[in-house]
Design a protein around this ligand. Structure first.
Ligand code: PLP
Length: 284
């Protein structure tokens, strides 16, 4: 298995960055996770758009042109025989003597890795996932896909310790923002699909964006708004989305079963719509 590090393909096991990389010292960088499904990079332009936006918000230069980056991603997939899984890309402000302010003449550093993933287990799809809630301790710019992920790490660890898969983060008003690495959704008693509106409080997931389009195309009713923990616990269905989860049912929130405690019917339909959508994508 190989990784791409600043212009070179290297064995993954000894690929390394400099000790004064600002990503390492300050979490001064951004990343993307692009899903690969049957050999195809899913919604890659949306991911590259979001990468460009994250970089621009932090005034980090683009490490290379989009066509060049697309070639590197494909070459790494080829070398690693990647068919299903994801490509991870990280860009930091680069290497410079440690000093908080932006260095004058650093070059952005670029790393790409890939990971093969198995399909989601039938058990997860049949039973759904447990989710806990934690206080959202993050900053005011969760729309930037920054590698500064400590609150997300602590949230996911708390979930794991509670025997859950994910932690939904709750803001000061008692409203769910999103998971630590996924967007959060509910289905109300009158079959409205609800997910938080994409402000600075959440990362606007690419899976979220595509699923919203599919929901609109299918004519399901939809509300982009905040929802509380209580509303989620009383909801008919719940689910989460991300580039590695696609659409996965949530059947328990803080120990309370959601709906009848089984994966929701609409959730199942939406997962199918999303999987069908990925099947229609062609290599470019
Ligand atoms: N929210 C957060 C905080 C995330 O880290 C992620 C993905 O890693 C998502 C949502 C889902 O985004 P996407 O669908 O682009 O994977």
């Amino acid at each position: 298995r190989q990784a791409y590090v600043n212009g070179r393909y290297q064995p993954h096991s000894d690929a390394a960055v400099h000790i004064e990389d600002r990503g390492y010292q300050f979490a001064d960088g951004v990343y993307e996770v692009v899903p690969v499904y049957n050999g195809i990079l899913v919604d890659e332009d949306l991911h590259f758009d979001r990468l460009d936006r994250s970089l621009a918000e932090l005034q980090i230069e683009e490490p290379m042109s989009r066509p060049a980056l697309k070639l590197v991603a494909r070459e790494l997939m080829r070398r690693n025989g990647l068919s299903n899984g994801f490509v991870y890309m990280q860009v930091t402000r680069g290497v410079a003597p440690r000093d908080h302010k932006f260095p004058k003449d650093s070059r952005p550093a670029l790393v790409l890795t890939t990971r093969q993933m198995k399909p989601h287990s039938p058990q997860v799809l049949a039973e759904g996932l447990k989710v806990i809630t934690v206080t959202d301790q993050r900053w005011d710019r969760c729309d930037i896909k920054s590698v500064s992920l400590l609150p997300n790490v602590l949230g996911k660890q708390a979930a794991a310790e509670a025997g859950a898969y994910e932690a939904w983060q709750v803001d000061g008003d008692g409203m769910v923002t999103e998971g630590t690495s996924t967007n959060a959704w509910i289905v109300t008693g009158d079959n409205k699909v609800v997910t938080r509106d994409a402000t600075h409080s959440i990362l606007n997931g690419i899976t979220r964006i595509t699923l919203l389009e599919l929901i609109k195309a299918e004519g399901y009713s939809l509300e982009e708004r905040s929802f509380s923990v209580a509303e989620a616990q009383e909801a008919r269905e719940a689910f989460l989305t991300s580039s590695t989860s696609f659409v996965l049912p949530v059947t328990q929130l803080d120990g309370k079963p959601i709906g009848n405690g089984h994966p929701g019917i609409l959730t199942g339909k939406l997962r199918h719509h999303y999987m069908d959508y990925m099947q229609t994508l062609r290599k470019s």
